[in-house]
Design a protein around this ligand. Sequence first.
Ligand code: MRU
Length: 357
Amino acid sequence: MPGNIMDYDTVALDDERKALVIIDQTKLPGRVEILSLRRQEDIHRAIYLLQVRGAPAIGVAAAIGVYLAALGIDSDDYSVFYSEFRKAKDYLATARPTAVNLFWALDRMEKTVTDCKGMPVAEIKTRLRARAIAIRDEDVRACRAIGEYGLSLIKDGDGILTHCNAGQLGTVKYGTALAPMHLGREKGYAFKVFAGETRPLLQGARLSSFELVSDGIDTTVICDNMASQVMKNGWVQAVFVGCDRVAANGDACNKIGTSGVAILAKYYGVPFYVCAPMSTIDMSIKRGEDIVIEERPENEVTEMWYRERMVPPGVKIYNPAFDVTENALISAIVTEYGIARPPYSESLRKIFMAIEL
Ligand code: MRU
């Protein structure tokens, strides 16, 4: 493998080639393949196929993607430019439905265009580039801050369970749920991390374990149905997960299987922490049940990763990609502006009010 996976940019802009550059996460951990994507169809496909994945990384990829679309619009007329930009934005917005960062980032890019109405189109394109880079840089700062706050909730030697990949590969740097572990490692802490394999796409087995072990962190992969056993053994002092969308009441939507881990954590008295940059908190959605849950193709369950199909023909498959953890199961929501505690309708609102001031 060329170098350490932690040294690679998860999502980047190549100005010279006018391309979105990503690590193809579907090939990890076996192969580190870098994709350089120029066409909108390829960027859309990369998000849909999870070549780039994780809510914050999807948001940054979409911001860079729509900037590239804007660069390709060949008109100096604002209304022609805006209408073409809208088409590109609406197209990328259909890549995946659950992670709010996709829509959040695209909306911010659109606002840059509408705020600049009246300026030359060339200037608007320059500002769109600056906005996309700002979205990327903000993610790095948010993840670092989430890491520091998260680290204050655990101590050296703790066992930590995580689900899916809410690490550097799901963001630009550090990750959200894995950021406390990466920052703790920098400070010399020795955590023991249990990564749930995360059926069906194995983000825990393939991605979290890969980045954790590359960073020198003690990592054990467990099948998803082993979480109860490791908690019962007393090996887990905290659960840290990421999220794709948090409702105003603190219900948190994350990778399928997360709510089961939360229920187990409650049973065994283990604190359950959701790490959420503000870009993932959707105050327009009141409760988790209003969040659209993506359903994905059957073959992810029946045959992907297996040498041969493991489910007999004629059997029905249900493959939701996410579930919602009720706020009552969440000990705290760790944001870049601090740690929100229940009741979340109040604590999250207070954070939003403070940052809007
Ligand atoms: O389907 P995925 O792999 O995009 O799902 C990712 C997750 O559920 C992550 O936990 C979440 O997006 C946070 S990534 C920092």
